[in-house]
Design a protein around this ligand. Structure first.
Ligand code: NAI
Length: 253
């Protein structure tokens, strides 16, 4: 733990969208937050928002799919914020296409960020958690893990993250470390905006159409996911591990 007794949290892909909301929420919960994304300057709005709310945050550039970059980012966090004991593996990309049109590069890129990225970041951080005898790893899965047209790569990665989460829970539980996954449904971010563009519909129409299919009759907001992440990261969630919670306005999207 660092000098002021705050937990240090790392959130990947935190420049925008769900990651930014999770970072802001953990900052409000009292964590010192490392805001990681591909471009350090793109992290500034998230860092500033946490700072304006009275919290402490640091922008760090990382490509989570790159072994040396992931390791260096974690070392920078240790040096400038304190040893991380909360990790949210949120960074993600989509490269959607029907199977017959999906390139091997589309497949590898998605596996690289979601699966290799979560593995590299978790491996780089775990020693700090086991040393502290306390840790929280939170992985972003998706309702797409259950299968989704045009997402053979993404759905495979998101299903893979569920197995990864359960295995981390089994391996690290004895060190006071829990691992859980959040599987969001439709969340209003740049990622779903890009999906609307690919489908050739306006984002507004895509949201309205999707909301009708969701039991609670609305799409999700990044804050809906941040609330779940806040719970998984909390002290009181210490007996919850290896779980996948669908945050989708219904049993699934
Ligand atoms: P987004 O596209 O708005 O943000 C993703 C962030 O990850 C971006 O800031 C991007 O620069 C960063 N990123 C991408 N590759 C990276 C890399 N190699 N290293 C570091 N950072 C990288 O996406 P959104 O919607 O906020 O999604 C966040 C997570 O939630 C993703 O894992 C996504 O798959 C998942 N998710 C999103 C859903 C949605 O409806 N928006 C639904 C289910 C899951």
């Amino acid at each position: 733990m660092n000098a002021d007794n705050a937990r240090t949290a790392i959130v990947t892909g935190a420049a925008r969208g769900i990651g930014a909301a999770v970072a802001r929420r953990l900052g409000a919960d009292g964590c010192a937050v490392a805001v990681l994304d591909l471009d350090e300057s793109a992290c500034a709005p998230t860092v500033d928002a946490i700072g304006s709310a009275g919290g402490r945050a640091l922008a760090v550039a990382v490509d989570v799919a790159d072994e040396a970059s992931a390791q260096a980012a974690v070392e920078r966090v240790v040096g400038e914020l304190g040893a991380p004991t909360i990790l949210v593996n949120n960074a993600g990309i989509i490269r959607d296409n029907l199977l017959f049109k999906m390139s091997a590069d589309d497949w590898d890129a998605v596996m690289g960020v979601h699966l290799r990225g979560a593995f590299l970041m978790s491996r780089a951080v775990q020693q700090h958690m086991t040393d502290a005898g306390w840790g929280r790893i939170i992985n972003l899965s998706s309702t797409s893990a259950l299968g989704n047209r045009g997402q053979a790569n993404y759905s495979t990665a998101k299903a893979g993250l569920q197995g990864f989460t359960k295995t981390l829970a089994i391996e690290l539980g004895r060190f006071g470390v829990t691992a859980n996954a959040i599987a969001p449904g439709f969340i209003q971010t740049d990622m779903t905006r890009a999906t609307a563009e690919r489908l050739g519909v306006s984002f507004e129409d895509f949201i309205a159409f999707s909301a009708k299919e969701i039991p609670v009759q609305r799409v999700g907001q990044p804050e809906d996911i941040a609330a779940m992440a806040s719970f998984f990261a909390s002290e009181e969630a210490g007996f919850v591990s290896g779980q996948v919670i669908y945050v989708a306005g219904g049993p699934r999207a």
